[in-house]
Design a protein around this ligand. Structure first.
Ligand SMILES: NC(=O)c1ccc[n+]([C@@H]2O[C@H](COP(=O)([O-])OP(=O)(O)OC[C@H]3O[C@@H](n4cnc5c(N)ncnc54)[C@H](O)[C@@H]3O)[C@@H](O)[C@H]2O)c1
Length: 392
């Protein structure tokens, strides 16, 4: 999918948000990404658990006061009665609320973009998958790192067999921001270390789901079984972990390993995926996202650069030419552009989308299944557990 600047849709998708209010960690990223190409227009919101603060925030963004709602129920009900009501909604609230809000959104006939992990248990995620299919709505998941061009270069090299048979997939998302008990002063971390809001895990759902998805996307391999060990190095976080290590058997005889951590002192973000095959290897690191380390047996390591003619077509989505750094916001904007095209009812949208990959509720369910199974394994003395494939 080449980047084409210009008017791809006759009318931008009418869009709303639940969560992502004032001071939230991730609200701005959604708004920035969705507004980049003019394919989505923010018209309504229930931005905050505090209704007054949410209304004020929405008006501060320039929304009509009448479309800044106290809660998502009021928003879905009122918007459904308007001829210009929203067509899609982003859900960017803490993990435990995703299921009920997404379910209500689908039942209101809306396309959904949901944060990860999409739910805190498998049954809820399976239900959302079934409901999105029954209602024929697009359900996208904000695995925001999957919009980077060099991730798709790595994927293309695996698919073309350039690395040979895949043997090893190593994934990590290990930052160092929470090496001490920061949650005392930070509500955004506090809910993450509280089971009732975070779910059965902290770093596994919060961080591992991202690198797990990158590993699946690049390698094309699914996990057959896993063994997990988790620790609460800041003891007050127990039973939730701030560090986890997972060993995996992958389909086709490959093996995988994953390290998720919030106590990796000295690491800024530490999100990396390395895929090793019988002929070569690739390694991508989100702190240097425009490069992909590539090596073939018996040859020195190379660094492939974004924006060059030798890359696969799927990796050449150039908002700006090679040599200029593209980054986090561009990855998100690439995804939101595709979400808008996938969700639009305009016939030209499908053509413009051209089959480009997007993360969907299927990937969201796999992430939840991984998260839940890791917790079960860790709590059963790291017992190996099967990770059943989707039955759908
Ligand atoms: N994709 C990514 O890279 C990424 C990064 C950070 C967070 N996240 C995910 O995004 C979600 C939100 O995380 P955050 O860090 O922004 O949290 P946060 O605590 O910083 O912000 C949450 C926001 O949601 C609002 N809110 C809570 N319950 C609500 C409700 N019922 N209705 C309306 N608004 C409500 C809060 O008032 C706040 O504005 C989480 O699921 C998290 O895992 C994803």
């Amino acid at each position: 999918m080449m980047f084409v600047e210009g008017r791809l849709l006759e009318k931008p998708l009418r869009w709303g948000m639940v969560g992502g209010g004032k001071g939230s960690q991730i609200g701005y990223s959604h708004r920035d990404a969705a507004s980049r190409d003019g394919l989505m227009q923010l018209l309504a919101g229930a931005f905050d658990i505090d209704a007054t603060r949410g209304r004020e925030f929405g008006q501060g963004l320039g929304l009509d006061a009448g479309r800044c709602y106290a809660d998502y129920q009021a928003m879905f009900a009122a918007e459904a009665t308007r001829p210009d009501g929203i067509e899609a909604v982003t859900v960017a609230t803490p993990n435990n609320s995703h299921y009920t809000i997404c379910k209500a959104a689908l039942e209101a006939g809306l396309h959904v973009i949901c944060e990860k992990p999409i739910t805190i248990d498998e049954a809820q995620a399976e239900e959302l998958l079934a409901l999105s299919r029954a209602r024929q709505r697009v359900f996208a998941v904000m695995y925001g790192y999957t919009g980077y061009e060099m991730v798709h270069q790595a994927r293309a090299m695996v698919r073309k067999g350039e690395l040979g048979d895949i043997r090893i997939v190593h994934m990590q998302f290990a930052h160092g921001y929470h090496a001490t008990e920061v949650e005392g002063a930070d509500p955004g971390t506090r809910w993450r270390v509280t089971p009732s809001t975070s779910g059965p895990t902290y770093v596994i759902g919060d961080l591992a789901t991202h690198c797990f998805q990158l590993g699946r996307l690049i390698s094309g391999l699914e996990v057959e079984s896993l063994s997990c060990m988790r620790s609460s190095f800041v003891a007050s976080r127990a039973p939730l972990e701030d560090d986890a290590h997972v060993l995996m058997r992958l389909r086709g005889g490959a093996v995988g390993s994953l390290w998720a951590s919030a106590v990796n002192v000295g690491s800024a973000h530490g999100l990396k995926v390395r895929v090793v095959g019988s002929k070569g290897s690739v390694e991508w690191w989100d702190e240097h996202p425009n490069q992909l380390k590539v090596a073939f047996v018996g040859q020195p390591e190379m660094s492939y650069e974004r924006g060059h003619g030798y890359l696969d077509a799927s990796a050449r989505f150039e908002r700006v030419g090679g040599g200029h750094p593209a980054g986090y916001f561009d990855s998100w904007a690439n995804l939101y552009r595709r979400f808008a095209l996938a969700m639009s009812s305009e016939p030209a949208a499908r053509e413009a989308l051209a089959g480009a990959w997007i993360p969907t509720v299927v990937d969201g369910l796999e992430g939840v299944r991984f998260m839940v199974r890791c917790a079960q394994s860790a709590d059963a003395a790291s017992q190996w557990m099967p990770l059943e494939r989707m039955r759908t």
